[in-house]
Design a protein around this ligand. Structure first.
Ligand code: PMT
Length: 349
């Protein structure tokens, strides 16, 4: 079988995408929940971060049996969400269904199954926790319960790239009411290609008729309307994933220049747990600018000089990583500082 479909109407813009692709059925309900959450947080004067996390799928059939997926387990997003909560943020955690979540990520069923932490005690059996695991479990459980009691974590799920795009737009528009107190942390691994509804197979694609070729359309670049229309006052952080280290800074810098948001965090697939690079706009030249840049650990884009951006590397000692240090702790600490400066700048305008 050869199924080649092509777009006669040209690539999708964000506008034509939303005009032609159907919203997920739970969208309105999800947004009612976000609105109520935000009004509680605004009353308490909290800063709010939207964390997107995990990979999106691209279904091939309407009665979906097969889909294209993305590698992300949601580690970056789930881990970062915990550090944002620790820093006093309210968190909207928008994640791929069944990907890692804050707190429960420590007891992932595949790497650290929670049943292994429990013991059966006595003849009239009751359940206990393995003594060597108690301190860690108590720490995680206390943080989890305190976040629940304070009501500062709101969770949303997506599966397909279509769910993701509709949710992202709607949540961003709601969150824009928080003005500069809103931070957007886009760590999800979003598919660049999709099958528009009119090109999707209705039923399971049948084998036995030869090769299958499918031509997919490009997903519109969603950062553009996000920066220009949906979230104009927010502090927007996107991620750039590459597998070729030499492309990391040029591609991250190109994204910053193209979209004009606040920070692009570049990460290499195989080094992302111990090394990332922040690309942000250069501050206007002042007599102290060089000193400020050095104090912030920034350096010009070495070997790929840019007159407009600064590259700041965050690196962890591999030994520290082995001992449990997480690079997300440093990423979040740096962003909290930068976001605070961004909020304070507004009152100086
Ligand atoms: O979950 P882990 O296993 O811990 O992995 C974390 C991670 C490597 C997935 C994460 O750190 C990361 O890099 N996420 C972004 C991956 C990605 O989608 O990169 P990209 O080059 O395709 O997109 C770059 C940016 O453009 C993204 O921030 C996205 O918000 C944006 N984008 C993407 C697609 C699209 N159609 N429109 C967009 O605006």
């Amino acid at each position: 079988m050869s199924t080649t479909t092509s777009t006669s109407s040209g690539p999708f813009s964000a506008e034509s995408y939303f005009a032609t692709q159907p919203p997920p059925p739970t969208l309105e309900h999800d947004i009612d929940g976000v609105r109520a959450f935000l009004s509680r947080q605004a009353g308490k004067g909290r800063k709010v971060v939207l964390v997107t996390s995990g990979g999106t799928t691209v279904p091939l059939e309407l009665n979906v049996v097969r889909f294209l997926d993305n590698f992300s387990a949601g580690t970056r997003g789930a881990t970062s969400a915990e550090y944002f909560l620790q820093a006093g943020y309210a968190v909207i955690f928008m994640h791929r269904q069944f990907s890692l979540q804050p707190f429960s990520r420590h007891y992932s069923h595949s790497t650290n199954p929670f049943l292994d932490f429990l013991e059966i005690i006595g003849n009239d059996p009751t359940i206990g926790v393995t003594p060597s695991k108690k301190a860690h479990l108590l720490e995680i459980l206390s943080a989890y319960k305190s976040v629940q009691n304070e009501g500062i974590l709101h969770t949303l799920t997506f599966v397909t790239v279509n769910d993701y795009l509709w949710l992202l737009r709607a949540v961003s528009q709601e969150l824009s009411t928080m003005k500069r107190k809103a931070l957007y942390y886009l760590a999800a691994a979003v598919s660049d290609f999709f099958l528009p509804r009119r090109k999707m197979f209705e039923h399971k694609i049948q084998s036995g008729k030869g090769n299958l070729s499918i031509e997919m359309d490009q997903v519109p670049k969603i950062l553009k309307p996000m920066v220009e229309e949906w979230s104009r006052d927010g502090y927007i952080v996107s991620f750039k994933l590459e597998t070729d280290q030499t492309l990391l800074i040029p591609k991250a810098r190109a994204a910053l220049e193209r979209y004009g948001h606040q920070v692009v965090i570049g990460n290499d697939l195989n080094r992302r747990k111990f090394e990332v690079v922040f690309i942000s706009r250069k501050l206007p030249a002042t007599p102290n600018a060089e000193g400020d840049r050095k104090a912030a650990g920034g350096e010009p884009d070495s070997g790929q000089a840019s007159s407009t951006s600064v590259a700041t590397w965050l690196r962890l000692d591999p030994q520290a990583v082995e001992q449990g240090k997480e690079i997300e702790e440093d990423i979040v600490a740096e962003l909290v500082k930068r976001h605070q400066r961004w909020i304070e700048e507004e009152s100086e305008i």
